[in-house]
Design a binder for this molecule. Structure first.
Ligand SMILES: Cc1cc2nc3c(=O)[nH]c(=O)nc-3n(C[C@H](O)[C@H](O)[C@H](O)COP(=O)(O)O)c2cc1C
Length: 198
């Protein structure tokens, strides 16, 4: 039996879409997971389909220090699932992309995590050390470059930093690898959780 995992994202200009594709690839690479990548707009039209999911990973760009209006529309539409706790005990995760290293991205992840918690979902962090793919890169004040995983050291969810570079030049390879590893982790945790419950 397979477990269904949805990656649900909004992207105004395509950067977060690239990050979402990487999260999806990571999740889909896990045997036993059937992953789907859908926009927030599509998710609003498919709220009842999401009742059958085992996991959802939410992604949004950071706009003015919080999730985008496009993602918030999905979050508010999905509030109708809260009344019956229809999404209770589904596994959840979150990711965000923005221009600056910080840009207050954490606030976006916290908003997406709180949404998951309000639904009674089981939220999964990155469990990834800073500059995980090259810890030696931490021994300089310049810090790690764009090729390492988790270069900004985020634990609550996956972060990507695109500065003012248009896709496909951004997000950089390391941030996409971070997103892929995170999607894989949430998928693996989902399988453990679902099989444990069975
Ligand atoms: C309305 C708006 C607000 C933004 N606010 C922030 C912000 O608070 N912090 C930040 O680092 N970048 C901010 N940015 C930059 C975006 O996060 C950045 O361009 C990102 O790559 C856009 O992702 P997208 O292509 O998926 O829409 C903002 C962009 C827009 C359009």
């Amino acid at each position: 039996m397979t477990s269904q995992l949805f990656v649900i994202y909004h992207s105004g200009y395509g950067h977060t879409r690239r990050q979402a594709e990487a999260v999806y690839q990571g999740a889909a690479s896990v045997e036993g997971i059937e992953a789907e990548l859908i926009t927030a707009e599509e998710a609003i039209a498919r709220l009842d389909d999401l009742d059958h999911a085992d996991a959802m990973i939410f992604g949004s760009p950071t706009y003015m220090g919080s999730m985008s209006a496009g993602m918030k529309q999905f979050v508010e539409a999905a509030a109708k699932k809260w009344f019956s706790l229809a999404w209770k005990d589904k596994v959840a995760g979150a990711f965000t992309n923005s221009s600056s290293f910080s840009g207050d991205k954490l606030n976006t992840l916290v908003g997406l995590m709180i949404n998951a918690m309000q639904h009674g979902m089981i939220y999964v962090g990155t469990a990834m050390l800073p500059a995980a793919s090259n810890p030696d890169a931490m021994n300089s004040v310049e810090g790690p470059g764009p090729d390492v995983t988790n270069r900004v050291g985020s634990f609550v969810g996956a972060m990507a930093t695109s500065f003012q570079v248009d896709p496909p030049g951004a997000p950089p390879q390391g941030d996409l690898a971070t997103a892929e590893a995170y999607g894989k982790r949430v998928a693996e945790i989902t399988l453990q959780f679902v099989r444990g419950r069975g």
